[in-house]
Design a protein around this ligand. Structure first.
Ligand SMILES: NC(=O)c1ccc[n+]([C@@H]2O[C@H](COP(=O)([O-])OP(=O)(O)OC[C@H]3O[C@@H](n4cnc5c(N)ncnc54)[C@H](O)[C@@H]3O)[C@@H](O)[C@H]2O)c1
Length: 267
């Protein structure tokens, strides 16, 4: 308890999955949390959960693709809680129609590219633009982005998602380099396969079994696995960590692609 005592946190896409688990974790560790999401009732519910546990939080509507919303989000943290120490850029575009339109490279859809880039990448960049002046004034802060394993290699579907996360990784390094000497750290977490509503929207039991097969742990990921890493990166325990993309993926990339095959043959 108290690892984030006296800190003020803002989290996007926090009504569900990784964002929700992180908001609850940050609140339980003493942060005052601005819980934000496109779905305001979901954000309010998470804020209520934090308050019910003895913490302080407010839930507000924020479209991570809208610069005006992002500015208002940072202003709200400062107005309600007096400062901003932690910014967790976690939202992703979950519009079902855009997911369907992103499956075939020969039908590459510019509008889908722009929406995904705007929400998944630009949103975090613009939120940082508004948060950093406050962090500079305070003498520091920690910015975290949710990246993805999809940014680390080629894909055979979802032809814009990985690109948005690869761009996230560049901004993480750039923000880290630009402001590290002034006490602002910026890091990313690249989750593997985490069981969340958006993951379940495109996966099925057969795919989940296949993903488990290529991991080198005994289960698929949970939102709390990422929340725990976010908690570390938000806390002063990580003050020597800057500009890094941390893979949290059940050891998905620790072995050669032959390992699952050999493991089956050895059975
Ligand atoms: N689940 C996984 O396997 C996985 C793997 C790699 C990366 N990620 C990343 O983790 C992050 C969280 O994903 P999740 O799996 O927890 O998803 P999730 O679906 O559980 O939560 C996403 C949240 O974002 C919100 N949202 C959608 N559009 C938004 C917008 N325009 N503005 C603000 N909020 C919006 C949704 O309402 C939802 O509450 C994302 O950045 C995702 O790319 C997830």
């Amino acid at each position: 308890m108290g690892r984030l005592k006296d800190k003020v946190a803002v989290i996007t896409g926090a009504a569900s999955g990784i964002g929700r688990a992180s908001a609850l974790g940050f609140g339980a560790e003493g942060a005052r949390v601005v819980v934000t999401d496109l779905r305001v009732e979901g954000a309010e519910k998470v804020a209520e959960e934090i308050c019910a546990g003895g913490g302080q939080a407010v839930g507000i509507e924020v479209d991570a693709g809208d610069e005006g919303h992002l500015k208002a989000m940072i202003d709200r943290a400062v107005t309600d809680f007096g400062r901003i120490d932690l910014l967790f850029n976690n939202a992703l575009n979950t519009r079902p129609d855009t997911i369907q339109r992103d499956m075939d490279f020969l039908k590459f859809d510019v509008e889908v590219f722009e929406i995904n880039m705007r929400v998944n990448c630009l949103g975090g960049v613009l939120a940082s633009k508004y948060a950093i002046p406050h962090m500079l004034e305070q003498g520091g802060g920690s910015i975290i982005f949710t990246s993805s394993t999809s940014a680390l290699g080629g894909e055979i579907t979802a032809f814009t998602y990985g690109a948005t996360k690869a761009a996230v990784n560049w901004y993480v390094q750039t923000i880290a380099a630009t402001y590290g000497k002034q006490g602002i750290r910026c890091n990313a977490i690249a989750p593997g396969v985490m069981v969340t509503p958006s993951q379940q929207a495109w996966s099925n039991p057969e795919m989940d079994a296949a993903f488990l097969d290529i991991q080198n742990v005994r289960r698929l990921g949970k939102p709390e696995d990422i929340a725990n890493m976010a908690l570390f990166l938000a806390s002063d325990e990580s003050e020597f960590c800057n500009g890094t993309v941390y893979e949290v993926n059940g050891g998905m990339n620790c072995a050669t692609p032959m390992v699952p095959v050999v493991r089956r043959l050895l059975k």
